[in-house]
Design a protein around this ligand. Structure first.
Ligand code: ATP
Length: 136
């Protein structure tokens, strides 16, 4: 059994991360899950949340905005709608997006389709603010 896993984090725009790591946790739809070398194969959908990467006994954080994860053969592939390493998050942009979503939600009733769009925009912004504070 290998003592490392190969992790790829891909978005429609680019490869955000591609390297050998020791462990990773990700926000699965059924709950956060962790992967160590030798983990059983699985495929799951992902929520808005943080991916925590352990490499060389250090931790690295990546904000993701939902997607899919495939685990198998000491390889983890995360296909995310958007993904930003903590140190690349523009905190001012996330704070502005949070305020904008909160303002829009004040004037929308929950039966409007834009309501859930703004709930997700708020979740993305709140997640980015949280992950950007994780910088080592
Ligand atoms: P905004 O309203 O600020 O555009 P959003 O949640 O609508 O936020 P997305 O559609 O999820 O943005 O992402 C569009 C692109 O912008 C993606 O490439 C994403 O990684 C990037 N992005 C969004 N917000 C930030 C941020 N605060 N810092 C860095 N990159 C960001």
């Amino acid at each position: 059994m290998a003592d490392v896993i190969h992790l790829d984090i891909l978005t429609p725009e680019k490869t955000v991360f591609s390297d050998s790591i020791e462990a990773v946790t990700a926000p699965g739809t059924l709950g956060e899950f962790g992967v160590l070398p030798g983990h059983a194969a699985l495929v799951t959908t992902l929520e808005i949340g943080e991916v925590v990467i352990k490499k060389d006994n250090r931790e690295y954080w990546v904000a993701i905005s939902g997607g899919f994860a495939e685990v198998g053969n000491d390889k983890v592939t995360i296909l995310a709608e958007a993904a930003e390493p903590a140190q690349e998050i523009d905190i001012k942009r996330a704070e502005a997006a949070k305020i904008q979503a909160e303002e829009k939600l004040k004037n929308l009733s929950s039966d409007k389709s834009e309501f859930s769009e703004q709930v997700f925009a708020l979740k993305r912004a709140t997640n980015r603010i949280k992950v950007s504070a994780r910088k080592p």
